[in-house]
Design a protein around this ligand. Structure first.
Ligand code: ZN
Length: 120
């Protein structure tokens, strides 16, 4: 089941780094398992956590995916030095993003973006 993507709405998911429209997250096999996410044309990767309950895991998955699944490389990265990250509320049914501070809507899902400043 794929949510309908409407690209004419401002809330439609966009990459926080380049503002390109995001593709709907897909199941991707990685070295550490399966993730629900994707990769933007600018090099940013994103991992969706539809429940919002596995944020830590999704974050590590996003990092590993950004690093090509090489954990030894990931472990050498320090936040704000080698990569940037962003977390948004995410509604997988409508494929929309909201700032985390917006609690008016009951979007329990989260989406995590990681963009490496340089390829590693
Ligand atoms: Zn992007």
């Amino acid at each position: 089941m794929r949510p309908k993507v409407r690209e004419d709405k401002d809330e439609t998911a966009r990459c926080p780094f380049c503002r390109r429209f995001l593709k709907v997250p897909e199941e991707i096999k990685t070295g550490t398992g399966e993730i629900l996410g994707g990769r933007c044309e600018c090099g940013a990767v994103y991992v969706a956590d539809p429940t919002g309950h596995n944020m830590g895991e999704a974050y590590l998955d996003a990092l590993a995916y950004a690093c090509g699944g090489d954990w030894s490389v990931c472990n050498t990265l320090a936040p704000d030095e080698r990569y940037r990250e962003a977390v948004y509320n995410y509604d997988p049914r409508s494929h929309k993003l909201r700032e985390p501070k917006d609690v008016r809507r009951d979007y329990s899902g989260k989406i995590i973006f990681v963009k490496l400043d340089k390829e590693c």
